[in-house]
Design a protein around this ligand. Structure first.
Ligand code: BGC
Length: 543
């Protein structure tokens, strides 16, 4: 296999302003009819991604895995899952992306392995006290036979499972995802090899899964409120915010100081690739928010995800508070924020806040400083799929015995063309059902409609590259929101571009001169120094 030759423009800080496209291989395009997307499909659609105007692609795990948690249960970190193709297919995809000026960032799932990973299988055989078990968190039962502590899995149920000889192992997620013991030198050493393996192949960076979770403290100690704690960690669990904020800093297995030593070591590896401009982004759910800045210190990782908008209301005051806080927080350490409206773990933004609202919010966010993560299908305005219970795959559904439906709705494959499901995604049976009602959302339909969500994203990405990425800092434009009143307009200026979002159901007239660059929906009326912004819509004006 060839090591990828990189033909990308040289910009050591490319990631600070990039638009990343998150795409699960298995939901993108299936070329062999087995119902799962594959790398041949990814290769076929590289031109589509280039046409869309994204800068980088983030691939959730595509490695050898029993897919108990969508691939976040890795059985071999250096092998491509055959369902998706071969390492040579990945290599061809990577080269094709580079040739089109797009970088590729891959997922690094290092808090846990799959129970099918050779290390875990060896640990089961080797028995208590062995060096094989020392790579995980194996402990004896308490004298009354109960698990070593009372922690609850983030996916529901206990976070300990007992093996045949009576010992328990820790899993913060599914029982098929045993947590690794990062105090064991074998673990760090092996993952450094894996990092180099993918970097040598040409990967441009890593998304670090559960980046805040590797180091555990007080593994044998009970938590006073384990259920409260695990509910507090779940975005979709309603909880009194004060209670949530009181509980979060007490997590004994998240955001411990030890994780930062690991990232300092990795940074030296990334930097050793010099001109390659490798980046890493942390998935770190931390509290208080200022702790997020630690992950992006100059000698650690390059970015940290900001998840605030994944569950924010379409409401000016809240959005202003979250956005300005995220910008200020990152500025305090010389970093730029990241923005995401949807991802594979959350309900899709179009379902959560509505179609027009999600277009308006996306256009607003794409103009902010920092980088944006767009989840595949978001550019089509795709809502969540309606999944019959018998088709569900998410371990959250099974571990909570159906109380929580899980994340499958957001993961349904993309509709490409035609009038009936599965809309060109596969010639077989898709791994999750596409919705019959999506016939107007296909790429084919939207490509030819200048007012489609797809063309909105495409225009916005082009205009962002032309007018915004090198433009100035955010200057919020005075609007009622700053007076603390209920507001229907949110606006800011960056250099010679100003951005207005009308959150109300009525048109809003503002006094401003400027040339309209793009509108998220509706017709903009502008004359005599006045511009009317359509209801639930965002505009960019050039001055
Ligand atoms: C990933 C999830 C996954 C979990 C366990 C998360 O942060 O985004 O999809 O289920 O880690 O690996």
């Amino acid at each position: 296999m060839n090591t990828s030759t990189i033909t990308l423009s040289s910009d050591p800080e490319w990631y600070r302003k990039a638009v990343f496209y998150e795409v699960m291989v298995r939901s993108f395009l299936d070329t062999n009819g087995d119902g799962y997307g594959d790398f041949r499909g990814m290769i076929d659609k590289l031109d589509y991604l280039q046409w869309l105007g994204i800068d980088a692609i983030w691939l959730p795990p595509f490695f050898q895995s029993p897919l108990r948690d969508g691939g976040y249960d890795v059985a071999d970190y250096r092998e491509v899952l055959p369902t998706y193709g071969s390492t040579a297919d990945f290599d061809e995809f990577l080269q094709g992306a580079h040739d089109r000026g797009m970088r590729v960032v891959i997922d690094f799932v290092i808090n846990h392995t799959s129970d099918q990973h050779v290390w875990f299988q060896e640990a089961l055989k080797a028995g208590r006290g062995s060096k094989e078990r020392a790579r995980f968190h194996f402990y004896d039962a308490n004298s009354d036979g109960t698990p070593p502590n009372n922690w609850i899995s983030l996916f529901g149920g206990p976070s300990w499972t007992q093996v045949d000889d009576g010992q328990f192992y820790l899993h913060l997620f599914d029982s098929s995802q045993p947590d690794l013991n990062w105090d064991n030198p074998d673990v760090a050493e092996d993952f450094e090899k894996t990092l180099r393996f993918w970097l040598d192949l040409g990967a441009d960076g890593f998304r670090i899964d559960v980046a805040h979770g590797l180091v555990k403290e007080d593994v044998l100690k009970d938590h006073p409120d384990p259920q409260g704690l695990s509910d507090a960690l779940r975005l979709d669990m309603p909880m009194d915010p004060e209670r949530r904020y009181a509980l979060l800093p007490t997590v004994p297995y998240f955001d411990r100081q030890g994780v930062h030593e690991i990232y300092r070591k990795w940074r030296t590896i990334f930097d050793s690739y010099g001109s390659r401009e490798v980046m890493a982004v942390a998935e770190a759910w931390v509290h208080p928010p200022v702790n997020a800045t630690r992950y992006v210190r100059a000698d650690e990782l390059h970015q940290v995800f900001n998840f605030d908008l994944l569950d924010a209301a379409f409401e000016a005051e809240q959005l202003y508070g979250l956005m300005s806080a995220a910008i200020d927080l990152m500025k305090s350490v010389g970093a730029l924020p990241t923005w995401a409206l949807s991802n594979h773990d959350s309900p899709r933004v179009a379902s959560r806040i509505g179609d027009l609202q999600s277009r308006a919010l996306a256009l607003f966010v794409l103009a902010l400083p920092g980088s944006c993560y767009v989840f595949a299908g978001q550019e089509l305005g795709l809502p969540d799929g309606v999944i019959p219970d018998e088709a569900r795959q998410d371990p959250i559904y099974f571990r909570t015995k159906g109380v929580q439906k899980g994340r499958d709705g957001a993961r349904v494959p993309l509709p490409w063309k035609g009038e009936t499901a599965p809309f060109g995604f596969t010639s077989g049976k898709p791994w999750l059902p596409l919705q019959e009602g999506w016939k107007d959302l296909t790429v084919e339909k939207q490509e030819s409609d200048p007012r489609s969500t797809l063309n909105l994203y495409r225009n916005a990405l082009n205009l962002r590259a032309e007018h915004l990425v090198n433009n100035g800092e955010v200057e919020w434009i005075e609007s009622p929101v700053h007076g603390g009143k209920s507001a229907s307009l949110l606006a800011f200026k960056r250099g010679n571009v100003s951005v207005y979002m009308n959150l109300s159901d009525l048109p809003i007239e503002i006094e401003v001169n400027g040339k309209l660059l793009v509108v998220s929906s509706g017709i903009v009326d502008g004359r005599d120094g006045k511009v009317t912004i359509p209801p639930v819509s965002t505009i960019w004006l050039h001055h």
